[in-house]
Structures are given as C-alpha cells and as structure tokens.
Design a protein around this ligand. Structure first.
Ligand SMILES: Nc1ncnc2c1ncn2[C@@H]1O[C@H](COP(=O)(O)OP(=O)(O)O)[C@@H](O)[C@H]1O
Ligand SMILES: CC(=O)N[C@@H](CCC(=O)OP(=O)(O)O)C(=O)O
Length: 296
C-alpha cells in the first residue's frame, strides 16, 4: 500500500491516466468548446454535479467552455402540472403563450441551478438566455409550413456578450430563449441554439450530452454504435433512414455546424459519470465523433 487504500499499481495507473491526457490538453488549450447539456441527461443532482466537475476541469486546464442547456423534460412536467398535454411537431414543442411563459421560467431555473453548481466547484459562471445582449435574434419557425406558436428559428447570433464573459474568465451558461425583431419572446430547440453558438464562435468542438451512448446503426443492438464518422458518412446514414427520433434533427444540425466552421462534433451519453473527461482526455474516447479529419 502507498497511501490510503491505494496499491502502488493503482497509483501508477492513475498517473498514466493523467499522462494520457497530456496531448489532448495541449491540443485543446485556449480553444472554445461548446457543450450542449440536454434535459434528458440531467437525471439527478449528483449527475449534474459530475458534469459540472468535468466542465471545471476542462476550464482549469485551459479550454474555454461555453454551455448551452436544454430542459425539455422539466418543461413538459410543468406543462402537465397546469393540465396541458405537451405536444411536439418534428421534435419541436408546440408553444402557445402560456407554454412560452412556462418554458422561460423553467429554463431560467435550470440555468441558475447550473450556475450555482459551477460556483460551488469554484468556477466563475454567468447564466444568460438568448435575450441577453441581443444574443439570439429569431423569426417564427414554421415546420412544414405549420404555425406551432412561439417557436423560434435563429436568424442572427451576436456573440458580443459571450466574448465579453469569456474574456473576463466567466463560463457563459445559455438558455435557449430568443427575441424576434418585434421584441416577442420565442422558445428555441436547445440543439439548434448550441449549433448556432458553436458556429458563430467557430468552436473547436461541439459536444452533445444526451440520453443514449451515441449514434447506432440499430439502436436496439448496442454492438452497432458508430464511434467515428465523417460528414459524408453521417449524410449517408440519414439517407438510409437509420436515424430517427430526436437524433435526426441533432445529426442534421451537427452536419450544418461542421459545414459552417465547427471542427468536430461529439454525441455522448450524458448519463455516464465523467463522460466529458472520458471523451476529451482518453485515447479511445466515448460516444460518436463526427470528424472532418483525424485528430493526430
Ligand atoms: N440511430 C439512432 N441512434 C441513436 N439514437 C437514436 C437513433 N434513432 C433514434 N434515436 C433516438 O434519439 C434520441 C436522442 O435524441 P433526443 O431525445 O432529442 O435527445 P436530447 O433530449 O438529449 O436532445 C435517443 O434517445 C434515441 O431514442
Ligand atoms: C422549441 C422547443 O422544442 N424548445 C425546447 C427547448 C428545451 C430543449 O430543447 O431541451 P432538451 O435539449 O432537453 O430537449 C422545449 O421546449 O422543449
């Protein structure tokens, strides 16, 4: 035994893990990374705390994380509490005036709880929505020509507020709410918001924390996980009809982001403890990576 309950081998193995992280720390130092933290991966407070600890480590080794969060499940819970049935069209919440109010309230609560956790681990964080500093300008989104209420499509991202926060060493935590040219509030799909932010910042990496291990050829067969693919392969599996549910708009969004300046995208299981560290700092990585070119 060396210290506490560890054997010498265990201590050496821990050191090796740290050494393994070195090239990745070097590669990503000073780089902007956008993390989309989906509501379906916020299972409980402990898990949220793990994610925040990972973000803390990323920040402390010199990366520049920007968080865009969701909260879809929590919004649905509160919509049900007032006796309404949550309704989605093409993965987008049908948002009437009342639902808009609930969405904004719930997303603000999620936002501030993430900020509090960040402060708890010693990080400087500021929670904002797309309304702050004119971050997101939107227009009404009309999927298939249908009016589904206050659902916004981002038409402009003004990164000034993010740049100012990052310059002052704060981690921006962003809720997916935007404002139209007419100053009306809109609900934005959080994946769309994350892609728009990552694209505007020309992020080195965009990471989605979701509720599945990655993209599967067949989601019912765990051996079919795709650990790496390029944009063409991603388009190919979409065309073949392999991808459905919420993964389809997510993947389409990833492709658009990569075609517009984001270098790489990762889709990870946010329910896995320390998933961000495993992805960023280990050779094998986890989840599905969509790459333009190999890392080394
Ligand atoms: N081929 C596929 N690979 C992975 N997930 C898939 C696939 N086809 C459909 N899905 C579904 O997509 C879901 C993830 O998208 P979504 O529910 O929108 O996540 P989030 O709420 O984190 O944004 C998975 O839980 C899964 O049910
Ligand atoms: C228009 C629209 O659908 N907005 C989403 C915003 C939250 C979100 O996207 O949260 P997740 O990432 O947890 O799903 C909603 O109201 O659910």
């Amino acid at each position: 035994m060396v210290k506490g309950d560890y054997t010498v081998d265990q201590v050496i193995s821990k050191a090796q893990t740290l050494i393994e992280a070195l090239p990745y720390i070097k590669k990503f130092q000073g780089k902007t990374i956008v993390v989309k933290y989906g509501g379906s991966a916020m299972l409980d407070e402990n898990l949220k705390y793990n994610v925040i600890e990972d973000v803390a480590l990323l920040k402390l080794v010199g990366l520049k994380p920007v968080i865009v969060h969701g909260g879809g499940k929590e919004i649905s819970k509160w919509v049900e509490k007032i006796g309404k049935e949550p309704e989605f069209i093409n993965g987008l919440r049908v948002t009437d005036g009342e639902t808009m109010e609930i969405a904004e309230m719930v997303l603000s609560k999620v936002n501030k709880s993430l900020v509090s956790m960040m402060q708890k681990v010693g990080l400087k964080a500021v929670g904002i929505s797309g309304k702050d500093g004119g971050l997101f300008t939107v227009k009404k989104r009309l999927p298939g020509g249908k009016d589904i209420g206050y659902v916004g499509e981002i038409t402009k991202v003004d990164t000034e507020v993010i740049d100012a926060l990052v310059d002052q060493d704060f981690i921006p935590v962003i809720a997916p709410i935007g404002v139209s040219e007419e100053y009306e509030d809109y609900n934005i799909n959080a994946d769309d918001a994350a892609c728009a932010v990552a694209t505007a910042l020309k992020a080195e990496k965009l990471v989605f924390l979701t509720d599945i291990e990655g993209v599967f050829i067949d989601p019912t067969d765990k051996s079919t996980l795709i650990s790496e693919m390029d944009i063409h392969e991603a388009k190919d599996i979409i065309e073949k009809g392999v991808v459905g549910g919420g993964m389809l708009p997510k993947l389409n969004n990833c492709i658009t982001a990569m075609e517009n300046g984001v270098s790489r995208v990762h889709i990870l299981d946010g329910r896995l403890k320390h998933c961000l560290l495993l992805e960023f700092f280990t050779q094998k990585g986890i989840g599905t990576a969509i790459l333009k070119e190999p890392l080394f």
